[in-house]
Ligand binder design. Structure first.
Ligand code: 9MJ
Length: 676
């Protein structure tokens, strides 16, 4: 029985509502209904379509994912070639581009020629062809003239409209843009893949490319892909505005996602300011970019400028320093940290990456080293993004020389020769030497004197290394018996600096219980836990005597942390050092350790700080949050209550937004603290 008029109308109305919600969600980033309501509409439509299959159309929102894999990718001729972009790697090259443009257009070099400036997305370029408003074909760029037909896969990307929104579109409209995988989605995808033992991707761009190269669209549909469009190709039967930036506004109205960072700028100064601005915010964008693109905004000028060998004369990509580079592993050595963790470190042929020269990169731990199978002599991809420690991403397999050296876990600590052990369920191997190991001793001392612990000014890493090497100090307690004669013989130590250092050592004796506990360097006891312990027990003796069960009553102390604390105070050596410290005059007043406010404005709240604060230092903010009963942690998770975002907040802000964590600015934090 054919569907009734009422059913047809219901189907149309549901599709219309779904398209509108899609527009709000994907294009405007402003959902107007909760997910549950959206899902209900789709479900209703699915039911009606199942009952009336003759009403199914290929642009119905239910028809994104085809059930049958394609057997191969067909090829697609681009009616208008898909262009590539010339690059400018520095300001001089950019100025050269601007000079050529203004000369050809016979304009004033210092005039305010408008450019459309856009971030340069690091994804996969695609072409989407719409006929009478319906998506007919999706294709890769390929060599610019011929690409691959990936219609079955682009259809699965929720942000790609299957039919255009609004009115007035040309009967034939080809839209071009970049399919990318947002960083969060990339990490989540890799995490899942690791759990399942599946292949992981090296970076979001490879993940996007790999996802679009699936024969089975059901696999592509599971990948968190997104799109920003940035130009048009073939246009028949309709007209578009006469400048690039307005074309993008129009595309947005027709239902395409356009990068919100794009901006019309004037002249070379406008371009440079845009480059600076995007460069500082690059880490927090949520997706990878490798530069910015400037396009002469007026199409009449674009036509006049024309092309030269597949690249337009009217556009240029102004590249950021690469975050990934190739280099060769000269050696793999092992570093010993404060807790004895023995970490493999690759010593590299120095390489310029992420804006600095890198000659060491972490390999994290032995499991990572084995998984990546990094060998001495290998060519590797090194990554340094933002302020992150440089890391070896992967080995370039086809550049492996015949003779490479595989590095094994050392049986003995490379520093002190003690046995190296691996604890059950831990990826980390550790030197069993404890404070017998010079490396652990040095690191423990550096930690003890650090600003957030005992805060001994003027006692830097190099000096500690010298003092340890000369056997002047073996434990923190020895610091307090140093005298001027011992100090003055050290390298670069004058009389005045020796006096100043002795002065700061003396001053540091008056401390707080939580700083002292933190400074002891008990494994798993960071600042927040040290604060909780001090607040909960108030007295050091009570903590020393506490059993594991009682320790677990302290906020944030679980069984593992409780064991670590109990083990630490169970060691005679540690108790002796503590006693010597106290005998040397290290003290704190008990009022410093008043229980952490249980009814303070931030009681029980977990808070992450990011970006630069203007009205207080980060440490002041930490102290005040702790005094108000809150806990400051380093990374954003679902358990985080607030993210305080200062100026130039980075990726933590994006993560918080994605997880729905409440974001406060500095002013709002001040208000909360003022409620105390
Ligand atoms: C990227 N990759 O973000 C272009 N692109 O324009 C932007 N690529 C482009 N524009 C013409 N924003 C050719 C390529």
């Amino acid at each position: 029985m054919p569907a009734s008029v009422a059913t047809r109308k219901a189907v149309e109305s549901l599709r219309e509502q779904i398209r509108r919600h899609n527009f709000q969600y994907h294009v405007l980033d402003d959902p107007d209904v909760p997910d549950a309501e959206y899902d209900r509409l789709v479900w209703k439509l699915e039911v009606l379509e199942a009952e009336n299959p003759e009403l199914i159309t290929s642009d119905s929102p239910t028809q994104r994912v085809g059930a049958v894999p394609v057997s191969e990718f067909g090829s697609v001729q681009h009616a208008i070639p898909m262009l590539s972009l010339d690059n400018a790697f520095n300001e001089e090259e950019l100025r050269g581009f601007h000079r050529r443009v203004t000369e050809r257009l016979e304009l004033d070099l210092d005039g305010d020629l408008s450019y459309a400036a856009e971030p340069k997305l690091d994804g996969v370029a695609v072409s989407l062809l719409y006929q009478d408003g319906r998506l007919m074909r999706g294709a890769t760029r390929g060599d610019g003239a011929t690409g691959e037909n990936i219609t079955h896969n682009v259809r699965t990307i929720d942000a790609v409209p299957l039919s255009l929104y609004g009115q007035g579109f040309p009967s034939m409209l080809e839209v071009r843009g970049e399919v990318y995988m947002p960083r969060d989605g990339f990490h989540a995808f890799n995490e899942q893949a690791t759990k399942k033992g599946d292949k992981t991707f090296v970076n979001p761009r490879n993940a996007a490319a790999g996802s679009l190269r699936q024969l089975d669209p059901r696999l592509t549909a599971e990948r968190p892909l997104d799109i920003y469009v940035y130009s048009v190709g073939q246009v028949v039967g309709g007209s578009l505005p006469d400048c690039h930036s307005e074309i993008l506004d129009q595309l947005q109205e027709w239902g395409f996602r356009v990068c919100p960072e794009r901006k019309r700028v004037d002249g070379i100064d406008g371009c440079l300011a845009f480059y600076e601005d995007i460069g500082t915010r690059r880490v927090s964008l949520g997706y990878d970019i490798d530069g910015v693109v400037y396009k002469v905004d007026r199409l009449a000028y674009q036509r006049k400028l024309g092309l030269v060998s597949r690249a337009p004369r009217w556009a240029i990509a102004h590249k950021f320093p690469a975050e990934e580079e190739l280099t060769v592993v000269r050696d793999i050595e092992f570093q010993v940290g404060r807790t004895g963790a023995v970490t493999p470190v690759a010593r590299l042929e120095p390489v310029f990456v992420g804006g600095v020269t890198v000659s060491n990169a972490t390999l994290h731990n032995m499991d990572e080293l084995h998984r990546k199978d990094v060998r001495i002599g290998d060519t590797v991809i090194v990554r340094r993004a933002g302020d992150v420690i440089p890391e070896v991403v992967k080995v370039v397999a086809d550049r492996r020389p015949k003779r490479t050296r595989i590095v094994k876990v050392p049986a003995n600590c490379p520093v002190c020769g003690s046995e190296v052990v691996r604890e059950e369920d831990e990826a980390v191997v550790r030197c069993a030497g404890g404070l017998f190991c010079v490396a652990q001793r040095e690191e423990a001392l550096k930690h003890f004197v650090s600003r957030r612990a005992m805060d001994i000014d003027g006692l830097g890493g190099k000096l500690i290394e010298q003092l340890v090497a000369m056997d002047r100090i073996t434990s923190p307690a020895d610091l307090f018996s140093l005298d001027k004669d011992q100090l003055i013989v050290m390298e670069r130590m004058g009389e005045k600096s020796a006096d100043n250092l002795l002065d700061s050592i003396e001053k540091s004796k008056q401390t707080t219980l939580s700083r002292f506990l933190y400074g002891l360097g008990i494994r798993e006891v960071g600042e927040a836990t040290a604060g909780s312990l001090a607040g909960h027990y108030g007295k050091l003796t009570a903590i020393v005597e506490a059993d594991e069960e009682s320790l677990q009553a302290v906020p944030d102390v679980g069984p593992i942390v409780a064991t670590r604390i109990h083990q630490f105070f169970g060691k005679k050596y540690n108790l002796e050092v503590i006693q010597r410290l106290i005998d040397s005059g290290v003290s704190w007043s008990e009022s410093d350790s008043v229980p952490v406010s249980r009814d303070g404005a931030l009681a029980g709240k977990s808070i992450v700080l990011t970006g630069a604060l203007s009205g207080m230092t980060r440490n002041e903010a930490k102290d005040r949050i702790q005094a108000a009963g809150g806990k400051v942690t380093g990374s954003v998770s679902r358990k985080t209550d607030f993210l305080v975002a200062g100026d130039k907040a980075g990726s933590k802000l994006t993560r918080a937004q994605n997880l729905g964590v409440e974001v406060l600015d500095e002013h709002e934090l001040q208000n909360l603290l003022a409620d105390q």
